[in-house]
Write a protein that binds this ligand. Structure first.
Ligand SMILES: Nc1ncnc2c1ncn2[C@@H]1O[C@H](COP(=O)(O)OP(=O)(O)OP(=O)(O)O)[C@@H](O)[C@H]1O
Length: 231
């Protein structure tokens, strides 16, 4: 599905990614984990074409997408749930969803399907997005991304700052998406909840992947978790 090879990028004079490799096979859930400031969001921005790729190659399927603008990456099937959610506060839930739904995509995700996934969004469909709780805004951001029927769904900090009960709803949603074969790139810090969900973890340290392996392999190495995740 997605293959990034030796990618480099950064901001102005400062380089953040130093030859990062990441492969996301079809119908798998892949994580990117690491301490704050190691380059997770920068990786996502680079994949989405929001930051220029300075070196390396990104392939989506068979297509090299180096230099593609974000809208083109989105049209090729990458749906992003950004850190901080970025819903349109002055628009209603329905308007947020409608504004990003497209009629040129094929797949299971319709407005009705999103409302079925998150009944709270249906209940609050006329409410302006700024009045939603953080968890409801995250549901809206996920619903908005799903409406593009993405081949690859990317979540940057899937459950950060959310109340525990809402977190469980998000994990349940992600587990359901996995069962349905959705390919996912997941950034989060909750290793316990990620255990069942993630097929392959990738630890990022100073802009490079320093380890990758299964959830069981990760849990079997507490030193690794201590060293790179600081928990
Ligand atoms: N817009 C920006 N301009 C300049 N430097 C930035 C910008 N955004 C991030 N950085 C720097 O790039 C580095 C990597 O940041 P990034 O946001 O990718 O990390 P992260 O792993 O996602 O961490 P976090 O969990 O804190 O978001 C950090 O040193 C950060 O200060």
């Amino acid at each position: 599905m997605l293959k990034a090879e030796k990618i480099e990028s950064g901001y102005g004079q400062s380089k953040v990614l130093f030859g990062l490799d990441l492969e996301i096979p079809d119908k798998t859930v892949v994580s990117l984990i690491g301490r704050n400031g190691m380059g997770k969001t920068t990786t996502v921005r680079t994949i989405m074409g929001m930051l220029p790729l300075r070196a390396g190659t990104i392939r989506l399927g068979d297509e090299v997408v180096n230099g593609y603008r974000p809208h083109r990456i989105a049209r090729l099937g990458c749906g992003l749930v950004p850190e901080g959610r970025h819903v349109f506060g002055s628009l209603s839930v329905y308007e947020n969803l409608y504004a990003t739904s497209r009629n040129d995509t094929q797949g299971p995700w319709t407005l009705e399907a999103v409302y079925e996934l998150f009944p709270r969004l249906f209940e609050r469909r006329t409410q302006s997005a700024r009045t939603l709780s953080g968890g409801e805004q995250q549901m809206l951001a996920i619903g908005r991304a799903l409406l593009t029927n993405p081949r690859l769904l990317i979540l940057d900090e899937a459950t950060e700052g959310l109340a525990p009960v809402i977190r469980q709803e998000i994990w349940a949603c992600l587990n359901r998406l996995k069962r349905e074969g959705q390919t996912i790139l997941l950034i989060d810090k909750n290793l316990k909840e990620m255990h069942q969900l993630v097929d392959r973890h990738h630890i990022i340290e100073k802009g490079r992947i320093v380890w990758n392996g299964s959830s069981d392999e990760l849990m079997a190495q507490p030193d690794l978790v201590n060293q790179y995740l600081g928990v």
